[in-house]
Design a protein around this ligand. Structure first.
Ligand code: HEM
Length: 162
């Protein structure tokens, strides 16, 4: 089990650190999504090529792409769901989280393991900048764990889909 590989105990406190931050941020999800993607492309400019709607859009400004917001909010919301699953069961289940199709769509888009690290760094930076007063090492660790377990579940499905 993936959860046995880490020393982190994911309990109510960790779940609350994830959900409290998201509750404080989500009212401004449009600008949050934009900052998240700008950070992703700052770290990895080449990642832009993977998003068909960006590839085809030429130099149009990023904020004009509604699909960016959809993907950004998916990552945030699914990390929150992952936190709740971790607190409940100690594991993130692909089937229960209805992640099956995510394997196929990310393989199709050409997403590699390294991209998950880029998105993780961008996610943590975005949260830190959005809720600086709430941000602590404990909050960072809780988001990392929720994201890592979610990413591991998606990567597992990507192997099955490849
Ligand atoms: C598509 C979530 C990580 C790039 C999607 C979709 C969701 C999603 C919900 C819509 C398609 C579907 O439902 O099958 C997530 C989550 C991630 C994650 C929760 C991490 C935990 C990444 C990473 C990359 C990426 C690391 C690459 C930088 C894409 C691309 C698409 C996609 C290119 C297709 C977009 C399109 O064709 O419109 N993702 N994703 N995703 N994702 Fe992710």
């Amino acid at each position: 089990k993936r959860s046995d590989a880490t020393a982190t105990v994911f309990g109510e406190e960790q779940e609350a650190l994830v959900l409290d931050a998201w509750n404080a941020m989500k009212g401004d999800s449009a600008s949050l999504a934009l900052k998240f993607f700008l950070r992703i492309f700052e770290i990895a400019p080449g990642a832009k090529q993977m998003f068909p709607f960006l590839r085809d859009a030429g130099d149009a400004p990023l904020e004009n792409h509604p699909k960016l917001k959809t993907h950004a909010v998916s990552v945030f919301v699914m990390a929150c769901e992952s936190a709740t699953q971790l607190r409940n069961t100690g594991d993130v289940k692909v089937r229960e989280a209805a992640l099956k199709r995510l394997g196929a769509s990310h393989v199709k888009a050409g997403v590699a393991d390294a991209h998950f690290e880029v998105v993780k760094t961008a996610l943590l930076d975005t949260i830190r900048d959005a809720v600086p007063d709430m941000w602590t090492p404990e909050m960072k660790a809780a988001w990392e764990e929720a994201y890592d377990q979610l990413a591991a579940a998606i990567k597992e499905e990507m192997k099955n889909a490849a």
